[in-house]
Write a protein that binds this ligand. Structure first.
Ligand code: 13P
Ligand code: SF4
Length: 355
């Protein structure tokens, strides 16, 4: 089996986001596109009979964005009817954080989970950041508290603490710098330290450890409730049923799953891999909407299950995005007492790219 690099420095590979107007026009795609053209983009995933129920919300969102000078940042796990019709910027966590710095709008609606909205707010303290559903959390963010990080610092004095962006701003504030799945290897290498604490995703840390054997990586027992469910047996089963299939796993999967795959990387890296290598059949070992979003524009590639749904990402809908813009709720704020320290941890991560 051809084994490709896992999370090789993703600085160039994260070629998403797709920026759309008003943050940046993408040829042939804009919120000004007529509704039938928008439908054509999602017709493989939205039955024609359902479109009349969605179209009024889409129209209202496009109008509200203009009226309120708002942009929608959507994570790659958003459903196709959000990802392909109303989102201005789509991408992985790293791309959304990077693009949040450049957003030229008064209002940012984050179609994703709460930690992503907090990161956007940290990087845009003067803008209004909205999340359509405050309950859109993350099992990784819930797995660790600021007190836990202070305890680790006391236990391992002098060991740098790299915190996955899938954490609260309060946890980021206790950290030295952040990472995402798209730059974790580069961030660890940038420290030139013999030992690094990488929290809270145990599996991501173990997958990075395999790439950076010269550094001792200490970790925490947090897991993604979506990716921890995949097993090596799932991969073997799919290979048996579909000989020659290409298997791509997100690095939040257990290391034994990543070891059985052909490639591993952030959601943007997975997308780039598929659109560049164009495998005939592929399985994306991650959240289900990833395959749907790529398939919408690549009908020649066959996407095989398994995949799992993230219940937090799936709290986003056209209906609650519309309501967020109509009512300007729910506003995401960060405690000023910790915002500067949390922002510094995110900015140190973003600076790693330049080295
Ligand atoms: P990415 O940074 O790869 O988009 O991952 C975010 C996430 O929450 C995956 O579960
Ligand atoms: Fe969190 Fe996992 Fe959902 Fe990503 S997929 S937001 S890591 S629970």
């Amino acid at each position: 089996m051809l084994k490709l690099s896992i999370m090789e420095d993703a600085m160039a590979a994260t070629s998403q986001p797709i920026s759309r107007s008003p943050a940046g026009q993408m040829p042939g795609l804009s919120p000004g596109l007529p509704l039938p053209d928008l439908y054509a983009r999602v017709s493989r995933h939205v039955p024609a009979i359902e479109w009349p129920a969605l179209a009024p919300d889409i129209e209202a969102i496009l109008r509200l964005k203009r009226e309120k000078n708002a942009v929608i940042l959507a994570h790659n796990y958003q459903a196709p009817e959000i990802f392909h019709t109303v989102a201005d910027i789509v991408g992985d966590s790293l791309a959304l954080a990077r693009e949040a710095v450049n957003v030229d709008a008064d209002v940012i609606v984050l179609a994703g989970v709460h930690f992503m909205a907090e990161t956007a707010k940290l990087l845009n303290p003067g803008k209004t950041v909205l999340i359509p559903d405050m309950g859109a959390g993350c099992s990784l963010a819930d797995s660790i508290t600021p007190e836990d990080v202070r305890g680790l610092r006391a236990k391992y004095p002098g060991v740098p603490i790299v915190t996955y962006v899938n954490t609260s701003a309060a946890v980021k504030a206790e950290s030295d710098l952040c990472c995402t799945s798209g730059n974790a290897v580069a961030v660890v290498r940038s420290l030139n330290a013999p030992r690094v604490l990488m929290i809270p995703d145990e599996f991501l840390a173990q997958n990075v450890q395999a790439e950076v054997p010269e550094v001792e990586i200490l970790t925490w027992a947090g897991h993604c409730e979506v990716h921890e469910q995949f097993t090596p047996a799932d991969i073997r089963d799919v290979r048996e049923s579909y000989p020659g299939v290409t298997v791509i796993a997100h690095p939040e999967c257990p290391p034994e799953v990543v070891a059985e795959s052909d490639f591993s990387g952030s959601t943007a890296m997975m997308m780039n891999f598929v659109t560049e290598k164009r495998p005939r059949q592929v399985v994306l070992v991650t959240e289900c909407s990833m395959a749907d979003n790529i398939a919408a524009e690549n009908p020649d590639i066959e996407f095989i299950k398994p995949c799992n749904l993230c219940p937090h990402m799936k709290r986003m809908s056209l209906r609650n995005i519309r309501r967020a813009l109509e009512t300007m709720t729910h506003e995401v704020t960060v405690d000023p007492a910790l915002a500067d320290r949390a922002r510094a941890a995110v900015e140190r991560m973003l600076a790693v790219r330049a080295r």
